[in-house]
Design a protein around this ligand. Sequence first.
Ligand code: CMP
Length: 223
Amino acid sequence: MSDRAAELLSRIDLFSELTAEELAAVAQVAQVHKLPRDTVVFDTGDAADAVYVVASGKVNIVVTSSEGKELILAVLGAGQVFGEMGLLDSSPRSAAVTTATAVELLVINRDEFHRMLDTQPQISRKLLTMLAQRLRRANAKMESLAYMDVAGRLARYFLDLARDHGQALGNGWLVVRRPTHSDIAHSIGTSRETVSRLINDFEDRLGMVNKGRFTYIREEMVR
Ligand code: CMP
């Protein structure tokens, strides 16, 4: 188990400045959890007892309104950390986390996480950088939900997707394994039907191409 943890840890930016000895020490205490798609890792309001690092796959960070409407706050992929907030402010989980694909997660318990922050300033620095980037994204999302119409929000969503997960190709980006229409709808605060209609419109007017879960986003679409 710890050999696998060491191999996974060595590829993660948060731990990239650790010596081999320090990495081995973290690997001793990190557990590897393999979960299938559509699994709840934890729910909003649960007690926070561990921090998680995505080693492979993707997770959705989700909040649900009192009427049962879901909003996906973020999709996190390999190398990203979640569950740190509950440990940093000693509060229950602020959101639910579900797996969007099959995942491998590294799980580090509360005491070990605090010990790492106390003894490894480079980990604390990287975590702060990550939190600042997360706040920027959350602000941009708040801005688009407050000020943009649905078509604008969807175009912004595809721009982010292209930048984060796309491969440059011709005058655009190819995205492999694009999120489902339902997940896109939950990310931009609209219905699946509206997303499907707008994607058809983007295909007709702006040359977007969708084949299965492959999507090609042209540069002019997001200008
Ligand atoms: P925690 O509150 O312990 O559990 C839910 C986790 O979701 C939280 O820690 C963060 O790691 C993560 N999270 C919450 N809000 C956001 C957001 N806006 N963007 C990315 N991740 C988030």
